[in-house]
Ligand binder design. Structure first.
Ligand code: ZN
Length: 560
């Protein structure tokens, strides 16, 4: 078995272990079914706890401080204009069909936030790089006890990896604390969904953290203009494609529960193509009536703190609308090929990791089975890709280059940018010179420009470089091999160079990053002060006070 695949399987088993152990233990119990239901109930309670953590005003303030709100608002405004033009074009075509509605500002902002989160903010992590030598090919060793600090940030599990080159052990704590994740900005779907849901709440969206009982996690966001919950998968930059998992990835979902500040809802029907079949074949962990009653009870408990009758009325109207929508969903079984075939397979995570989870999407899996090689054809795909890069290096995704160059430019010193700029310039001037296509970390100046800071590595990787440890040179980034033709990448190299230069011009103009930091700290202090004042003077629950404080400060700041 491919080591990556073995790793992916081991990790998956580890993730399932806790839940499986609870269920197995429950089965041995005399009151088997009752105990299974109790285990289910415990998962529901822990989901509520996760959702309530997103309501902490300080957590929201921290999240708001990392979002480039002004830029995303401007991008969202452009998107609204575009959608208005498209809607009026379609209307003037006058084919009498359904008139497409332009995007609302809030929905457009959600789409742009989702894109920013995926392309610029968060990174996927199958396994960490070696903390000592940055080697990417570390081996999974096992699990470790969390340190008190890791534990304080909600890391109940810590994976450990040993480096075959320097034998250092690198820890990968699986943090649950969304605020900590704003700092680490990496992980698997659990980390992505935690951080993204908190960011949605900080921007004022009503959001739910959705747990899928088979293993995935995502977010749902309330659309004020469409009056419905929108499925948002931050790992995939996908909005409103709830059949992505079943039809796109070939998953078989059993239970999907949404956890919000005001409700706990069984939203499985939204995500399955054939609910009757799901009910018949996959849902036996608890009594259906018990589940309905329990989620209702949790919802009532969450709403008990709300005293405003208008808000409660609005929540009840949402309940009724959603119940109606869910009842209609999951009953239209789509034909097996069309019309959902264009749904993407999973894009995040290595090929091996996705293959091990059976999530490459229908087309890819079908191709594999006709090859008769099962997962092993992954190697063929990788080999093919490797061979084609030897001849001609494929063009790279410019949006990733821009994102990485942005990150690099804003988090480096002028000296670092100078060196990096020179590396890029050499490549653009002499793309045929193999010397310039190898970037060696054994050179101290280059290591400073690239290695002292992970964003430099991300930039090189975005530009198509691959990293390898060489016995005589240490870590080396190369763009193709000695014979490679890199002309397709040159425009992207120029784009990155230009962005680095722009940063130097901006810093020369104002250089106010300290001011920005101070402003963010001031914002946090304002929210905390407002919260304390409300708690003292008004008869509100901490949750209500938190929301009120956040809104008050948000308004005050936006009026400035
Ligand atoms: Zn190492």
């Amino acid at each position: 078995m491919d080591p990556d695949e073995a790793l992916a399987r081991a990790l998956q088993e580890e993730e399932d272990r806790t839940a499986a152990a609870a269920i197995l233990a429950a089965d041995r119990d005399i009151g088997g079914k009752h105990a299974r239901q109790a285990a289910f109930g415990a998962r529901l309670e822990s989901g509520v706890k996760t959702a309530l953590a997103f309501e902490d005003p300080l957590a929201q303030a921290s999240a708001l401080s990392v979002v480039p709100v002004d830029r995303l608002e401007a991008e969202a405004a452009a998107l609204v204009t575009e959608s208005e033009a498209a809607a009026s074009d379609a209307a003037s075509d006058g084919d009498g069909g359904v008139k497409p509605k332009p995007l609302s500002r809030e929905d457009a902002m959600l789409l742009r936030t989702l894109r920013w989160f995926k392309l610029e903010f968060f990174t996927w992590c199958d396994k960490p790089k070696c903390k000592t030598c940055s080697n990417a090919d570390v081996r999974h060793e096992g699990m470790a006890e969390p340190t008190p600090d890791e534990h304080a940030h909600g890391a109940g599990r810590v994976e450990t990896y040993r480096c075959p080159l320097c034998s250092a052990v690198t820890r990968f704590p699986r943090y649950n604390d969304a605020v900590k994740l704003l700092e680490t900005r990496t992980g698997r779907c659990g980390e992505w969904a935690n951080a993204f849901t908190l960011i949605c709440r900080s921007l004022g969206y009503d959001a739910r953290w959705c747990m899928d009982w088979t293993d995935h996690v995502w977010t749902e966001v309330w659309s004020v203009s469409q009056r419905r919950w929108l499925h948002c998968d931050s790992c995939e930059n996908v909005c409103d494609k709830p059949l992505l998992y079943e039809v796109g990835w070939g998953k078989k979902l059993s239970y999907v529960i949404g956890f919000g500040a005001d409700d706990v809802v069984d939203v499985t029907r939204r995500y399955v193509a054939d609910y009757a079949r799901c009910l018949r074949e996959r849902r036996g962990e608890c009594d259906e009536a018990w589940l309905a009653q329990t989620t209702r009870g949790l919802t009532d408990r969450l709403r008990a703190g709300r005293s405003n009758p208008d808000e409660l009325d609005e929540l009840r109207r949402r309940d009724a609308g959603e119940a109606d929508e869910l009842h209609r969903a999951g009953t239209d079984v789509p034909p097996p090929d069309v019309p959902f075939d264009d749904l993407p397979g999973r894009t995040t995570g290595s090929l091996a990791w996705r293959a091990a989870r059976g999530e490459l999407g229908k087309g890819k899996q079908a191709a594999e089975s006709t090859d008769g090689g099962g997962v092993s054809t992954d190697d063929d795909i990788t080999r093919e890709a490797r061979e084609s890069t030897r001849k001609k290096v494929a063009p790279v995704d410019d949006s990733l280059v821009i994102a990485a160059a942005n990150k690099y430019s804003t988090s480096t010193t002028p000296e670092q940018r100078e060196t990096m700029g020179r590396l890029l310039r050499n490549l653009v001037k002499e793309p045929g010179n193999p010397k310039y296509r190898r970037v060696k970390m054994s050179n101290a100046k280059i290591a400073y420009a690239v290695g002292g800071d992970t964003f430099g590595k991300q930039l090189l990787v975005a530009l198509g470089f691959t990293a390898r440890d060489e016995p005589e040179h240490g870590l080396v980034f190369s763009l193709g091999d000695a014979e490679a033709d890199i002309s397709a990448v040159v425009p992207s190299l120029e784009t990155a160079m230009k962005r680095l230069k722009e940063e130097d011009a901006t810093v020369a103009e104002n250089g106010d990053s300290e001011d920005v930091k101070a402003e963010k700290a001031a914002l946090e202090r304002m929210i905390r002060a407002e919260f304390d004042k409300i708690m003292e003077t008004e008869n509100l629950t901490p949750n209500e006070a938190a929301m009120k404080a956040l809104n008050t400060v948000r308004e005050r700041v936006s009026r400035r």
